[in-house]
Every structure is written in structure tokens, then in C-alpha cells.
Design a binder for this molecule. Structure first.
Ligand SMILES: Cc1cc2nc3c(=O)[nH]c(=O)nc-3n(C[C@H](O)[C@H](O)[C@H](O)COP(=O)(O)OP(=O)(O)OC[C@H]3O[C@@H](n4cnc5c(N)ncnc54)[C@H](O)[C@@H]3O)c2cc1C
Length: 313
């Protein structure tokens, strides 16, 4: 994990509309682009190709059509239409029926009711087709509204949806009790956003300790939880806790991001665990890419080396 100043820098860059525009103009379809390590491509076809490779290795995936923070209702409607097309393409290709999305991509910042309508449209197509739909968690500004929308949709009878809780937020252990009481599926993460001390633990040791506590509750009392981390210590603790409590490996899954700790992904599959890879694709890859750089210093060196190599090809 980078220190908070560096994390802040990458979050600032991620929000830059100018850089985002430049990145999307430059594109990433060029062979050898360093972005490919984390995002297999801009089209659903490229994501489906990557999914087939993952599945041939015993992994599963969740597709994320990249996009967030849309600022007009037209953009939100367009994003919803794109998701519907993505669902049809996945169903036609016969790969894993599992998608992840963000409420701000569906217009949450513009109008909450419209975002909920857009989510419903997606669920109306996805659920009968056997898809699972995960609502990603964004920054703490959106925690309340995301959980409220999730709970409303759940109370209305949707069951093939799940949500995400972040162990860096002080509130999350309470949220875990609330969502677990519904019997809903939770993905546990450490949290990718830069948060103020008032709402989040500033020290990594506290984020990790909260992660371990929440993991234990989820493994023993959760409904098919997703333990989403690349942290070998957390993964080992999960394995030990599950085995000590006689929780079989098919009652939970590990999740990791595309291109990150592929060695661990393969090791877990070989040891009989389920591993789902978060598979992002689309032209709007810039903020996602910046968050991955902000998480891990070695990625910056990787990108710098890659750009240097590209310049000399
Ligand atoms: C499937 C999945 C879905 C996610 N969904 C959300 C979400 O909805 N909302 C949200 O806020 N966050 C989400 N995240 C991101 C998460 O919050 C963390 O920011 C991210 O996973 C890094 O934390 P870590 O648990 O891997 O542990 P860390 O302690 O940060 O890292 C442990 C080790 O993992 C490796 N590693 C971690 N990150 C990287 C990286 N970027 N590049 C290379 N190596 C790395 C390194 O070896 C590092 O030492 C998701 C993560 C995963 C795996």
C-alpha cells in the first residue's frame, strides 16, 4: 500500500477530466500497452476472450464494464443500455454470468430515482438469465445511499444481487451485521478510496485487523461471501479459519483483480478453492487504472518501465 500522500496524488489524477480524455483518445488497443496488464481491452469481445482463458485455468470472473461518475441522465441511460448489451453478449458467449457495476455509472450523482430505475432495468434482464449482479462500493460519500438502494432492491425480492463492504471504514462492522441479517452476499475488500480519518482507519494495521474480524464473521455466518484480497496473510487466515470451523471451500470464494497476483490465483485453484477474477473492460479505464497504481508502488515502476520500452520499440 502506498502512503496516503501518494494515494492522494493518484486519486487526484484519476479525477482529472483532461487526463481521462487524453487517455481515452490515445486508447489502449495498441499491442503491448501497459494498461493491458490490468484491463484486457476496450470491448466486450476482448473481455470475453480473457474470460475464456481464465475459465480454461479453472478460474471464474465478474465482468465490469468500466465507467463511473456520469454527470447527465443521457450518459446514465447510455451506460445502462451498454450494460444490457454486455449481458446479452455474455449470455450468447456462454461464459460465466456475473457482472459488477457502480451506481454512479447509472446516474446516482444526477438523480437517485433514475439510477435505481436503471439498475432495475439491468436486473430485469440479468436475473431471469441467471446472472449475479454485484454493486461495487465507491467512496464513503456513497456508502449510505448504496446500502439503502441495495436494501430496497433486496426487499423488493431481488436475490441475485450482492454488495461490497470496505474494512477501512469504521462503520463497516455495523454494516456487516445489517447486511448479513438480510442473508445477502457480501464481497469484503480493504477499500480503494482515499478517505478522511473521521470515517476511515488511517493505519493499515487497523484496516487489516478489521478485515480479519469481518472475514471471520462472513466465513462462519455469511451467505457465500467473497473474500476479495491479494494479501497472502489474509488469504492464509481465511483458509485456516474456514478449516477450523468446518466451512467447506465451496461455501465462499476468493476474488482478485485481473492481472494481479496471478501466482496466488493459480495456487488457490490448485488447492481446491474457488477464485473469481474481477475483469474490467471498456474505454473508460483511466480512473480504474489510476486506483491500481495508487495501491501498489511496484505498479508505478512497472508502468514507467513499460512506457520506456514502448518509446524505444
Ligand atoms: C475482486 C475485487 C473487487 C474489489 N471491489 C472493490 C470495491 O467495490 N470497492 C473498493 O473500494 N475496492 C474494491 N477493491 C479494491 C480493494 O479495496 C483494495 O484496494 C485492493 O484489493 C488492494 O487491497 P488488498 O486487499 O489486495 O491488500 P493490500 O494489503 O493492499 O495488498 C496486499 C498485497 O497484494 C498485492 N497488491 C495489492 N494491490 C495491488 C495492485 N494494485 N497491484 C499489484 N499488486 C497488488 C501486493 O502484493 C500487496 O503486497 C476490490 C478488490 C478486489 C480484489
Amino acid at each position: 500500500m502506498l502512503d496516503s500522500a501518494a494515494k492522494a496524488l493518484f486519486h487526484l489524477l484519476a479525477q482529472s477530466k483532461t487526463l481521462q480524455l487524453l487517455a481515452s483518445r490515445l486508447g489502449m488497443e495498441r499491442q503491448g500497452s501497459v494498461v493491458h496488464r490490468f484491463v484486457p481491452g476496450e470491448t466486450i469481445e476482448s473481455a470475453i476472450r480473457a474470460a475464456r482463458i481464465l475459465e480454461s485455468r479453472g478460474l471464474t470472473e465478474t465482468f465490469d464494464h468500466l465507467g463511473e461518475s456520469v454527470t447527465t441522465l443521457d450518459e446514465a441511460v447510455a451506460a445502462t443500455r451498454e450494460y444490457l448489451a454486455v449481458i446479452r453478449a455474455i449470455a450468447e458467449a456462454g461464459v460465466e454470468r456475473n457482472i459488477s457495476l457502480k451506481l454512479t455509472q447509472l446516474g446516482l450523482d444526477v438523480d437517485r430515482a433514475s439510477a435505481v430505475d436503471n439498475l432495475r432495468k439491468i436486473l430485469e434482464l440479468a436475473e431471469p438469465a441467471g446472472f449475479f449482479v454485484r454493486i461495487d462500493m465507491e467512496s464513503s460519500r456513497y456508502t449510505d445511499v448504496t446500502l439503502d438502494v441495495f436494501e430496497t432492491i433486496w426487499q423488493q425480492g431481488s436475490r441475485r444481487i450482492g454488495v461490497v463492504l470496505q474494512s477501512d471504514l469504521r462503520r463497516s462492522e455495523n454494516d456487516l451485521r445489517r447486511i448479513n441479517a438480510l442473508g445477502a452476499r457480501i464481497r469484503l475488500v480493504k477499500g480503494a478510496y482515499r478517505e478522511p480519518k473521521s470515517v476511515a482507519y488511517p493505519k493499515k494495521a487497523d484496516v487489516d485487523a478489521a478485515y480479519a474480524r469481518m472475514m471471520k464473521v462472513l466465513i462462519t455466518d455469511g451467505n457465500y461471501p467473497a473474500i476479495a484480497t491479494h494479501d497472502p496473510v489474509m488469504i492464509e487466515q481465511t483458509r485456516q479459519w474456514a478449516s477450523a470451523n468446518n466451512v467447506a471451500p465451496d461455501r465462499f470464494e476468493f476474488q482478485m483483480l485481473y492481472g494481479i497476483r496471478r501466482d496466488l490465483q493459480a495456487m488457490l485453484v490448485a488447492s481446491g478453492y474457488r477464485v473469481r477474477v474481477y475483469l474490467p473492460f471498456g474505454t473508460d479505464w483511466f480512473p480504474y487504472f489510476m486506483r491500481r497504481l495508487g495501491e501498489h508502488p511496484a505498479n508505478v515502476a512497472f508502468v514507467v518501465r513499460g512506457v520506456f520500452a514502448e518509446d524505444h520499440q
